[in-house]
Design a protein around this ligand. Sequence first.
Ligand code: PRP
Length: 220
Amino acid sequence: MSDESSADRSAGNAETRAANWAEIWEGGLRADLREVLFDAPTIHDRVVEMGRAITTHYTDRANMANMGDKSPLLLLGILKGSYPFLADLARTVNLPLTVDFMAVSSYGAGTKSSGVVRILKDLDRSIEGRHVLIVEDIIDTGLTLHYLRENLRGRGPASVEIAALLDKKSVRKGKELEDMNARYVGFECPNEFVVGYGLDYKGRYRNLPFIGVLRPEVYS
Ligand code: PRP
């Protein structure tokens, strides 16, 4: 296939996607969402920047680790919210890596953190000697990641770092803020109920290609 026909096809797909999303927006989403906070191109550009920074960091670390032919980097996605971010980010990291998932629960079906973190699905493989990069959609109270990071550090990894697309930094104060600082953050997020690009309300909206603010009438 020539470059030109490939470009034409991409442009056609983009138009189709735009048309579909306009319809979906007018057909109901507009009533649920107050505004679009981060649109798809903005998210894409930021994810690419994060991938570059991660590649640079772990290229050095990988050399230092001297782990022979074992891939030292593990991207650990926290289900379910991280799945689009992990999929996009993994494709921008120019290094050999493996992917694993954990599922934890910190929220109920409502909007507030319950304060309880439960492991619903653990890692498939040992992380001993591995560089672990936890990939999360959002840090809110920081409770989930604080618990997870400590839990993983107890399993003998070479390092544990965090890449979060969104950080609601303003909701954490003092020690809470110091305790939960991610090495990679996509965007600082206002203290609003955000959905899309993996983020949900009662399981819905994860498939939106952008991140928007849910109207309070929808969840109150
Ligand atoms: C969300 C998010 C984080 C956590 C952040 O997950 O994905 O894991 O909450 O909140 P915290 O900083 O206050 O602990 P959720 O429990 O909603 O599950 P989900 O990813 O399956 O939607």
